[in-house]
Design a protein around this ligand. Structure first.
Ligand code: GSH
Length: 208
């Protein structure tokens, strides 16, 4: 049975849990990370030297990096629609995943970890302001893309790209402390994703 190490309120753990729900993959989960078992122990560092969650164990394979993990699981379970084998189609999925992992992670550190949770070192005034501006600009870009393509998902049909992006959108609607423009196409996308049981369980589940 797949083993998932990580707390269920972690942005990156939620990607794995949501995909498992989509694909019907059974798993055991243990609570690790902030507020639970610390990831700085020698026991955990043997599994992930970066001291981060999620860690996912599939037999002999010990995995870290949430996007790599969900790509592995989708490929292993033959989820062709979510993660196509055609290279051009696959590229389109991966470009959105990489964009979330890099640009949006930085923006959300300022807007959410710093601005909302007041977590050091992200709660620096300049960093919070910049994060809020960058978060807004990124969501504006998603709005333009969805308005241009007509959606209903970022690439039309539901793919792996919607998992990190859907969690970002949930965080966008949950984050507080600054004026947020209305983005109607993003709001429609949020509602569309909410039709999915996996998103209701691990995305739009009351946690930011
Ligand atoms: N690039 C990593 C980032 C993982 C990451 O930042 N995990 C956070 C939780 S979302 C973490 O381990 N935080 C420390 C903790 O909870 O103790 C991934 O995508 O898996």
């Amino acid at each position: 049975m797949l083993k998932v190490l990580g707390r269920p309120n972690s942005f990156n753990v939620r990607k794995v849990l949501w995909l498992c729900e989509e694909l019907g993959i059974p798993y055991d989960r243990e609570n690790w990370g902030r507020g639970y078992a610390p990831t700085s122990t020698p026991e955990f560092l043997k599994l992930n030297p970066v001291a981060q969650i999620p860690v996912v164990i599939d037999g002999e394979l010990v995995m870290r990096e949430s996007n790599a993990i969900i790509r592995y699981l989708a490929a292993k379970h033959g989820a062709e629609q979510l993660y196509p084998s055609d290279l051009a189609a696959r590229f389109n999925v991966e470009k959105w995943m990489d964009w979330v992992a890099y640009d949006l992670t930085h923006a959300m550190r300022g807007a959410f970890l710093g601005g909302q949770l007041q977590e050091a070192p992200w709660n620096n005034e300049w960093f919070v302001g910049q994060g809020r501006r960058d978060f807004t600009d990124c969501i504006a870009l998603v709005e333009d893309e969805l308005a241009r393509s007509g959606g209903p998902h970022i690439l039309g049909g539901f793919t792996l790209a919607d998992i990190p992006l859907g969690l970002v959108v949930n965080r966008w609607f949950s984050v507080k402390g600054f004026d947020k423009p209305a983005f109607p196409a993003v709001a429609a996308y949020y509602e569309k994703l909410t039709e999915r049981p996996g998103y209701r369980a691990h995305g739009r589940n009351g946690m930011p």
